[in-house]
Ligand binder design. Structure first.
Ligand SMILES: [Zn+2]
Length: 208
């Protein structure tokens, strides 16, 4: 049976989501804390098939390089965020954090691409605004949406970076609001929410 688990990882507590069955898993946004991630995989006895990221910010990629090499698995992300991978260590240093080894992107994710032939069928929804290559992942079987730093419980992602755009972010969130109200939202940081709750209560982008 398909399940998911969320582990806060790295110094900025990025929500790393692991979607798994009894054999394999997909890892989303492993921000760091590799020992916690490996511990979970061993506990469940699951082998990762692919690493996928919502965007290229340093705090979301901390464990990608190491996991990629350890399990010899590919890394998928939007190539529109590749420039951020190159700046990862610089951005980490601005937070007083150690350098990050940036991974190579093996496959470019874009609108309506489906990740298939893995443990779960994952639909790619482009959600730019926080970063140009921002992506949300929708897993129909779990009624689950992983939004990265696009949409949070009661908040939205930062758009004060030179490459960010609030109007674009708003359009992205309105696109996500078309999903079923019961859809579970796992943001990049903090608590879970649902599409219905955000549509009604999110002060930044509200529709009802
Ligand atoms: Zn971010």
């Amino acid at each position: 049976m398909l399940s998911f688990n969320v582990i806060p990882t790295g110094p900025l507590m990025v929500n790393c989501t692991i979607i798994y069955n009894d054999k394999n898993c997909i890892i989303v946004d492993p921000g760091g804390s590799i020992e916690k991630i490996i511990g979970f995989l061993e506990e469940k006895g699951v082998v990762p098939e692919v690493l996928i990221n919502t965007h290229g910010h340093f705090d979301h990629i901390g464990a990608v390089f190491e996991l990629k090499n350890r399990f010899r698995i590919p890394f998928y992300m939007s190539r529109k965020d590749e420039f951020l991978l190159r700046q990862a260590s610089l951005h980490a240093s601005m937070f007083g954090l150690p350098p990050v080894v940036s991974p190579d992107v093996d496959f470019d994710l874009s609108e309506n691409v489906r990740i298939e032939n893995t443990v779960a069928n994952v639909l790619i929804i482009e959600t730019p605004g926080h970063t140009p290559g921002g992506i949300s992942f929708y897993v129909k079987e779990l009624n689950l949406l992983i939004t990265g730093d696009t949409l949070f419980a009661g908040s939205v992602g930062r758009t004060d970076f030179p490459y960010s755009d609030f109007n674009e972010l708003k359009e992205s969130i309105l696109k996500l609001y078309r999903l079923n109200d019961n859809t579970i939202v796992i943001p990049g940081h903090g608590e879970f929410t649902t599409i219905g709750d955000e549509k009604r209560h999110n002060h930044f982008v509200r529709v009802v």
